[in-house]
Design a protein around this ligand. Structure first.
Ligand code: GLP
Length: 250
């Protein structure tokens, strides 16, 4: 049974505590009902998506439900949060490769329906999001330093799509995928905090004991650039979705 704790003062995140598998099912339900509603008026749902270990169960459930026959789950337009700079799009550790493997190919999404920020044309990404009607549902994970996308500590609230230097912890976490820390790019391209806050709904996911410390800080630290995830508390329809381990309650 999910426990829902709301905080109208926005000094904290509204939190939903639920295990990762149930969270995936609930999020796919939400995506499906929003996509159906949008399809009824002839459009496509616009979703903002993260990479990382956190959303793997979500994408697996999304694929499973689509294969079970939910055609609405295929009728989406996607904008990813971020990408590494200076690597080939086909590199196995690229966010593009991750998304192809976990979601786009199994879903049969046309490449034209999927988008990634490009360091060579930053403003075009913001324009493409606006042209698509804005992000209806933005899903994000949290880096252990409090980053969202590649919005590393120091990211201001009014930041937009831009190229950034990756934090040491971010590069360390990516080292295994790249075959060593020295092979991890030093720069990334990411949507900004303002880009994320412009989404109609934001769902922040954090599962497992390794996220307990950052979840505690995300909820209790002063809102500010030192911990970029805290900016997301300042949104009218945000939920932090955690399991008991990430909530530090086990
Ligand atoms: C990565 C990505 C983020 C992701 C975060 C957490 O560096 N840029 O978008 O949410 O780190 O990753 P994980 O889910 O593997 O903990």
């Amino acid at each position: 049974m999910a426990r829902v704790v709301g905080n109208p003062a926005r000094s904290h995140f509204p939190i939903r505590m639920i295990d990762a598998v149930a969270a995936a099912a609930a999020l796919v339900d939400e995506i499906e009902s929003l996509a159906k509603a949008r399809a009824a008026s002839g459009g496509r749902l616009v979703v903002g998506l993260p990479t990382g270990r956190t959303p793997v169960a979500l994408y697996a459930e999304w694929v499973r439900r689509t294969r079970e026959g939910s055609d609405a789950l295929r009728r989406v337009v996607t904008f990813n949060l971020d990408e590494f700079v200076g690597i080939d799009a086909e590199h196995s550790a690229a966010c593009r490769s991750y998304m192809k493997k976990h979601l786009f190919e199994p879903l049969g999404l046309a490449p034209e329906a999927t988008h990634f920020p490009d360091a060579a044309n930053l403003a075009a990404y913001e324009r493409a999001i606006v042209a698509a009607g804005g992000i209806d549902l933005q899903i994000v994970g949290i880096g252990r330093n409090g980053h969202v996308g590649f919005n590393e500590p120091g990211s201001p609230r009014d930041s937009r799509t831009r190229e950034v230097a990756l934090a040491r912890t971010t590069r360390e976490d990516a080292a295994a995928a790249f075959g060593g820390l020295d092979r991890v790019p030093t720069r990334g391209v990411t949507v900004g905090i303002a880009t994320i806050l412009a989404a109609k709904r934001i769902r922040v996911l954090a599962f497992g004991a390794a996220k307990a410390a950052i979840v505690r800080e995300a909820c209790s630290a002063r809102m500010g650039p030192e911990l970029p995830v805290t900016w997301l508390r300042d949104h009218a329809d945000v939920r932090l979705i955690v399991d008991v381990d990430a909530a530090g309650e086990r």
